[in-house]
Design a protein around this ligand. Structure first.
Ligand code: PRX
Length: 677
């Protein structure tokens, strides 16, 4: 399934030459207060204790009924966890905290406009809002257990409220990142079979009110073109009573949440006692083919895993103020803004806007004001804030005990800046490697147990047992520093259950390559292949080198090159499109687009603009390319395959390697002159 592409291997080869970094040790103060200091956890979670070791995490939750079977492989590789157990995620994140934490802040919402007040939502207030919203979803929108609902919303308090309201009813939510286009949202609605779309009128981004409801109209159109119907569009308003969008409300289809919620004042909805292995949510992510994949996560297994890892890796205590700057529309936000922290009765901060609005001091003012002591962000944000120099953070009085980096490899120099300047040489840092599919962390140091090593995620998490394979399925020697494809030998409760509606694609994408016996019901025959290359050094730490498939990691967000290429091909003047990753100082990687034109079409600036617009319309602004190159022809093999690795080398100004076997080697020189001049 996965071809050995020379362009991808080069990155691994370069990385092997990276020097070993020195260790940084967690401070005594941090260790003294940490939730997990017992190295014995790694023995308890040894493979010989699989699967019962995960009871230790599951017992952090409240179950209506304890499970009969911890792990069931009968439908391999669609694993089931905690079978026979009954649980509700909304109950675990809210109701059970009321006795001792009713008046504690569950969520603190920070609007982007600095003069607007914070909104503090206590667990009691969250309880009320979630109940009333659940009542509306059930009695007004007609949603019931097992239905899917698509939520296309920016960062707001309404987003976790509506997610938890769905969880209360057993309605499967599919949150689509707010920055995705209406078209991208519509495709996800159609794939999941949602008949209700929940959206917002508008939100602030860089100080400007963005019209969001227009995207809902586009999404509904795409769904109807696919032969399906969105029956109701529920619209939250950024300011109740005032509508921020130009898009008219369609009578009988579109409804304002703030107009209908009062009808449910005081209504309480009993959390539904759900099967632990029923789905909690879908999260769409990009893959190697054009269509995004709806990763289906379970209630019991997922919540178990995010509660355990939030407690021990994020080191969240009830008195902490925890701020994860990711967007809830991505898996990081689901696991480590909403479900993990709230399952532990933490205070989770939600920020509406961009980190540099109105200036690069904003995150530190928020941290100072709220007393944030656990901070969580992506390398892209750290790189961006670092550009403004070390003086900016020094102006503010904040102190983190713990910081996280997630989503992409962090360069050692950027790591050290994070540690010295933001962490003030005191905060423990965890570099957490994982994916949408995995629900929670796969590799990270345990912050009070291990020393940190810049640029390395660290050892595997308790209960996660990686192995590195070469292309032919041979095991790369442990601790050898040799690059290969990292796989996980065993299932774990946070792992997704399947791709919504496409079990074959689930097996093909994640298991086929290294499956030892496709008929087997034994998990040992089914190593999980996440699609990343990695090395393991002699201390057991893993360094993640990046994707080995056609996925570009832009600022920690996954985009499939095929998705971008199909977006370009909506322009009829184009003959072919090829998208390759180019290294970017801030975002890690960004797409470069190469297009060739239909006969008789002349190249023009307008065509370049049309390509950018097509990508923004089909996917969203996050996918905007760095460059659009109009080329006379694509470099091709004799069998007509576009050589993307050659284009990638040109974009990145690296050696194109041997091109003599190409059908049209002369075009390479031409393209190189154009791109590198
Ligand atoms: O390539 C890995 C990279 O991000 C991919 C997963 O992307 P996504 O599903 O969008 O989830 C992002 C947030 C978990 C992985 O396959 N990645 C994630 N974390 C790291 C990383 N690469 C290096 N270091 C990390 N800590």
């Amino acid at each position: 399934m996965n071809h050995k592409e020379p362009g991808k291997v080069t990155e691994a080869q370069i990385a092997v030459h990276w020097q070993e970094e020195q260790y940084f040790h967690p401070s005594e103060d941090f260790v003294a207060q940490a939730n997990m200091t017992d190295k014995g956890i790694y023995d308890r979670f040894g493979l010989n204790n699989f699967p019962d070791c995960f009871h230790e995490y599951a017992e952090l939750l409240s179950w209506y009924r304890r499970w009969d079977t911890t792990f069931d492989a009968s439908d391999a590789p669609c694993w089931k966890w905690f079978v026979g157990g009954k649980i509700n995620a909304s109950y675990n994140c809210i109701d059970r905290h009321l006795d001792s934490n009713r008046n504690k802040a569950a969520i603190v919402f920070v609007p982007e406009l600095e003069h607007e007040p914070h909104e503090v939502i206590t667990y009691q207030e969250l309880y009320v809002r979630v109940n009333e919203t659940a009542a509306l979803l059930r009695d007004f929108a007609g949603l019931k257990t097992g239905d899917r609902v698509t939520i296309h919303m920016p960062m707001s308090t309404d987003l976790p409220v509506v997610m938890l309201a769905c969880a209360r009813l057993g309605v499967i939510h599919s949150v689509v990142f707010g920055g995705f286009s209406g078209k991208a949202c519509g495709e996800r609605i159609a794939d999941s079979g949602s008949s209700v779309l929940i959206t917002t009128d508008g939100y602030y981004r860089n100080g400007k009110m963005l019209d969001h409801k227009v995207k809902a109209d586009e999404a509904v159109k795409v769904v109807s073109e696919a032969g399906q119907i969105v029956e109701k569009v529920l619209v939250w308003r950024r300011y109740p009573d005032t509508y921020q969008s130009e898009a008219p409300m369609k009578p009988g289809r579109d409804f304002f949440m703030d107009e209908h919620l009062p009808e449910f004042r005081g209504v309480r909805v009993e959390p539904v006692e759900l099967d632990a292995d029923a789905p909690l949510f879908l999260m769409y992510t990009s893959g190697t083919t054009g269509r995004p994949k709806g990763c289906q996560h379970s209630i019991g297994g997922y919540l178990t895993y995010v509660a355990g890892t939030s407690k021990y890796v994020q080191d969240i205590h009830p008195e902490d103020v925890y701020w994860c700057m990711a967007d809830i529309g991505w898996i990081t936000g689901h696991s480590y803004i909403v479900y993990g922290p709230l399952a532990l009765a933490a205070t989770s901060v939600i920020y509406e806007g961009v980190p540099t609005f109105p200036d690069a001091g904003r995150p530190w003012r928020i941290a100072e004001r709220l007393g944030v002591n656990i901070f969580h962000t992506a390398p892209t944000t750290v790189r961006m804030l670092r550009k403004f120099g070390p003086e900016e953070p020094k102006k503010y009085n904040f102190e983190f005990k713990h910081m996280t980096t997630v989503g992409e490899p962090i360069e050692p120099e950027v790591w050290r800046w994070y540690y010295d300047v933001i962490g003030k040489g005191k905060a423990a840092i965890v570099d957490t490697w994982w994916q949408t599919e995995t629900g929670g962390f796969l590799c990270s140091t345990m912050p009070a147990i291990h020393s940190m090593k810049p640029g390395s995620a660290g050892p595997a998490m308790p209960g996660i047992h990686p192995v590195i394979y070469d292309e032919d399925g041979n095991t790369v020697a442990e601790g050898s520093g040799i690059a290969g494809n990292i796989c996980i030998q065993n299932p774990w409760p946070g792992g997704f259950q399947t791709i919504w509606g496409d079990r074959n694609r689930y097996i093909k994408t994640y298991y086929e390559k290294y499956c030892k016996d496709s008929q087997s019901k034994d998990w040992r025959d089914w190593p999980y292949f996440p699609g990343d290359a990695a090395t393991q050094s002699s201390d057991g730490y893993y360094r993640i080198l990046g994707r080995v498939d056609d996925v570009i990691n832009v600022a920690g967000h996954r985009l499939g090159t095929k998705e971008l290429e199909s977006a370009c091909m909506t322009i009829s003047d184009l003959a072919e499109a090829a998208v390759v990753p180019v290294t970017d100082d801030l975002k890690g990687k960004v797409p470069d687009v190469y297009v060739s034109l239909q006969p008789g079409v002349r190249e023009s600036k307008d065509l370049e603009k049309a390509v950018v617009l097509a990508i923004e319309t089909e996917i969203g602004k996050i996918a905007r390319p760095k460059n659009v190159w109009i080329v006379p022809d694509m470099p091709k093999t004799r069998s007509g395959k576009i050589m993307r690795r050659v284009l990638a080398s040109i974009s990145n100004a690296t050696d194109v390697g041997d091109i003599t076997t190409l059908a049209n080697p002369e075009v390479v020189e031409h393209i190189r002159d154009m791109v590198q001049s």
